[in-house]
Structure formats: C-alpha cells, structure tokens
Design a protein around this ligand. Structure first.
Ligand SMILES: Cc1cc2nc3c(=O)[nH]c(=O)nc-3n(C[C@H](O)[C@H](O)[C@H](O)COP(=O)(O)O)c2cc1C
Length: 446
C-alpha cells in the first residue's frame, strides 16, 4: 500500500501547452497536441519519474479565440488507450463530461481502459462550463450550474452501478459443462432517476480495479459537495498555501461528515514549476514564458472562466469591470469568483488582472532545491496530498524528473519505485468490494 508520508504526482499531458502563446517558444513543438510520439515520450519520462498518473484534460467547444491546445487535440480516452500499451505502471486519467455523455457508454469505455491497462484507469468527472457546448450535442440550452452537478451525481451513480454488474465468479466459461455465465452473479441495475433510465448489466466484466478511480475539481459550493462526497482525488487551483490548507481541511471535514475516511480523499493542487540551474536562470525562464503572452492572449485566457466572454470591449486601464460576474455564475464559477475577488481586493485594472491571471508568478520558480522545498513544504503544511504538474517550458518535465525527483526521493517524501501495479495501489486507495457480493456476504452472515 502506498505511503501517506509520501506525496503523489500526476502529470498533465497538455501538448503544446495550456497558455495561448506557449507554442511560440523557440523550442515548442508546434504539432505537439496531436503528435503521438510527443505524448509517448512525455508519458515514458513521467513513468521513469515514478509519477502516479498521467492526466488528459478536455472540453468540447471551441471558437477561433480558444488556445492552440484546445483548438486541436486528441480525445482523452483514445490517446490514453494508446499510451496504455506504451507504459506499464503509470495511471491513466481521462477527463469526460457527465453533462454530454451517456453513462452506459462511459462506464464501458473506462472499464475497457482499466482492463487494457491492467488497472490503471481514472475518470476526471467534469460538468462542462462553456454554454456553447450544448450546440454540439443537439441541445438548445446548457444546463444551469447546480443542475449540472445534480446530473453529474446521478450519472456517477449509474456508472459505478454498472461497473458492479459482474460479480467475481460470474464468468464461468466452463468448456466441459458449456456454462458461460452465472446469471445469479450478473446484475441489472434498473436505474430510474431524474436524468437517466438505465437497465444494465454492463457488457464487460468487472475491471481489475473493481471501480476505476474518480477524480474531480469542484471548487464552488456545489462542486465541493460533489467532490468531497464522491471523488477519490481532487484537483484544485491555488496561489497561496494558506488558502490551500483551508480548502483541504474543509474538504476532509466534509468527506468525514459523509462517512468517508478523509485519508481516502486526496487533494492535488495544480503546479507549474519553472526550474533553472540558478535562481536567476529560473527567473529569466519565467519572464521568457510570461513575455510570450500578449495582452490579447491574456484577455482570451481571462475570458474562459467567464464563458469565453470577450474582454476586448473594455478599457484596458480602467478598473476591472465587475459587472462581468454574471458571465461567470453559470460557467467556471469558482475561477470567475477568484478573478473578481483578486481585482476587487487589490484594486486592479483589467490589464493587470488579465496579466496576473494568464501568467501568474507562482511559488514554484527556482532551482531544483527551491522547487523541491516548496513542494515538500506545501505537502507537510497540510496544503496538499500531492500535485498535478503542468509543464511550463519545453523540456521542463525532463528537468523535473532529472533534478527535483531525486531530491524528493532522498528526503523520503516521494517513492523510489512503484509499490503496486494499479492506480488505486499507487494512490493508497482500498479495493472496493462488489456491492452485490457484499450484500450476499451480509445476508449469509445473518
Ligand atoms: C487541475 C485542474 C484541471 C481541470 N481540468 C478540467 C478539464 O479537463 N475539463 C473541464 O471541463 N474542467 C476542468 N477543470 C475545471 C473543473 O472541472 C471545474 O469546472 C472548476 O474547478 C470549477 O469548479 P466549480 O464549477 O465547482 O466552480 C479543472 C480544474 C483543475 C483545478
């Protein structure tokens, strides 16, 4: 079982980069977001660094102003299925929206990935925050924020119910008797709910992890309720360790109140380290990265949590236009609120807000020792159980694995090798017993 005194690491496969201008760096590979060799190389580097998992983010609506990686990228389950064959231990976490998928298809896809990879699949449950997505899925209206979370809860009920369709021993396949399946151990779900009616059973046997691992990134009230009640691991964005400690403490308390073991809910803030051989070199690299982003790029980035709102219509040097709050409420609510609060508290103009949002100067800029110190400090201060790592500049994943990982390993806060083979084992999560087997055992004991 994985150790709780060691931090967890995920790596986000983000092709050409999360920013609007990352592709303009002289060393950036322009076609990285749709380049199989690029993904394979990064996956293998992360696995050599003993990362817990690879993560692929996703969304389903673009405009010409979307960032280069969002405009042109692989579908998550497809690329992770390919990577399952190019790696052997690292977990494979795909983002799929509950709002625009059928739970039956989704349960089947993740179960297949879990089988193909020998128990390394995870699902990042998102609800989609851009209302244009509706038009790509034959819908006239995007659901409201709270309804999307309610639907996600029911969607997850169905998916997890379907993943238990087959009890161990249901697949008999006895050539002598000709009996293939034990009908008493194959279960229909018969779900009848507000959003879904799904009979089951699922047409694939239970996968190696029993239930693939659930990831989520709720930060609004609805989001936190969902994440603390349902997720095994939670992504979050934080600029300051104090706020991260408060969030983690709150989420653990909420999980405990729901009857869960808080140690089985891992909080993983996103970090984007910029590493240099010296402090000055790291700082220069950060400035190089920030310098690629034009004010137009920064305005596009800022628009995203506000439902791709067009900020070009406002005076750049006037106070931040707080009236845009209405565009954030049904979109990425928590990120929009964070922007509004930052601008209000610090009296920022639109230009300053956009620059801070698009190219933040984080605590993770420095030498390998300084970056390792910050990661260890946040972990030991109770701000994080580990991190989801974004690459800052081309080659920084390799630099991290070659220089920061050995320091963390020497200090005993990060694994030297994988202890198990499944993502659950890497994350120290228990194997969930099949619900029908558990009920049968309970009945027999009475
Ligand atoms: C590290 C990280 C990765 C995320 N990846 C995705 C993603 O791939 N797709 C997506 O739609 N949302 C993604 N989100 C956003 C969350 O799903 C969620 O919309 C956001 O945290 C706002 O939560 P709220 O709706 O509770 O305010 C991510 C958030 C974080 C912190």
């Amino acid at each position: 079982m994985a150790r709780r005194d060691q931090l967890k690491l995920g790596f986000i496969l983000h092709g050409v980069g999360p920013g609007w201008a990352d592709w303009r760096h002289p060393d950036a590979q322009i076609d990285a977001s749709t380049n199989w060799s690029f993904y394979k190389h990064q996956a293998q580097v992360a696995e050599a660094g003993k990362f817990d998992f690879l993560f692929v983010a996703d969304s389903l609506f673009i405009t010409a102003d979307s960032s280069p990686h969002y405009l042109n990228r692989f579908e998550p389950l497809t690329i992770l299925s390919a990577l399952a064959g190019a790696t052997s231990r690292i977990g494979l976490v795909a983002t799929v929206t509950a709002t625009y998928t059928e739970p039956f298809n989704l349960a089947r896809q993740f179960s297949s990935l879990d089988h193909i990879s020998g128990g390394r699949a995870g699902w990042n449950v998102v609800t989609s925050w851009l209302d244009g997505t509706a038009a790509n899925f034959s819908k006239t209206k995007h659901l409201e924020h709270d309804v999307r979370y309610r639907l996600a809860g029911e969607h997850l009920d169905v998916v997890q119910g379907l993943w238990d369709s087959w009890e161990d021993g249901a697949l008999i396949a006895d050539k002598e008797t000709g009996v293939f399946v034990d009908p008493d151990r194959l279960h229909a779900l018969n779900h009848r709910g507000e959003f879904f009616q799904v009979q089951g059973p699922l047409n694939i046997k239970r996968s190696p992890q029993g239930q693939p691992v659930i990831f989520q990134a709720g930060a609004s009230e609805d989001g936190k309720a969902f994440a603390s009640g349902r997720a095994d691991a939670i992504f979050i964005h934080f600029d300051e360790p104090g706020a991260a400690v408060a969030y983690r403490t709150d989420l653990r308390a909420r999980a405990a109140a729901r009857g869960r073991d808080p140690d089985e809910v891992l909080i993983l803030p996103g970090v984007r380290p910029v590493i240099g051989a010296t402090e000055a070199e790291a700082e220069a690299r950060y400035l190089e990265l920030a310098g690629l982003t034009s004010i137009e790029n920064a305005l596009s980035a800022l628009g995203r949590p506000f439902n791709d709102h067009d900020f070009r219509v406002y005076d750049l040097d006037a106070p931040f236009p707080q009236e845009v709050a209405e565009h954030g409420a049904n979109s990425n609510q928590s990120a929009a609120e964070r922007v509004l609060k930052l601008a209000r508290d610090q009296g920022l103009t639109l230009r300053e807000t956009a620059q801070r949002f698009a190219t933040p100067r984080s605590h993770f800029v420095g030498t390998p020792i300084q970056v390792a110190d910050a990661l260890q400090h946040w972990f030991e201060a109770g701000a994080a159980d580990g991190y989801i790592l974004f690459e800052s500049l081309p080659g920084q994943l390799e630099t991290f694995v070659e220089t920061v990982v050995p320091i963390l390993q020497q200090r005993g806060v990060y694994r030297r090798d994988y202890e198990g083979t499944t993502l659950r084992e890497h994350l120290g999560l228990p194997f969930p017993e099949n619900r029908y087997t558990a009920a049968r055992t309970l009945l027999a004991a009475e």
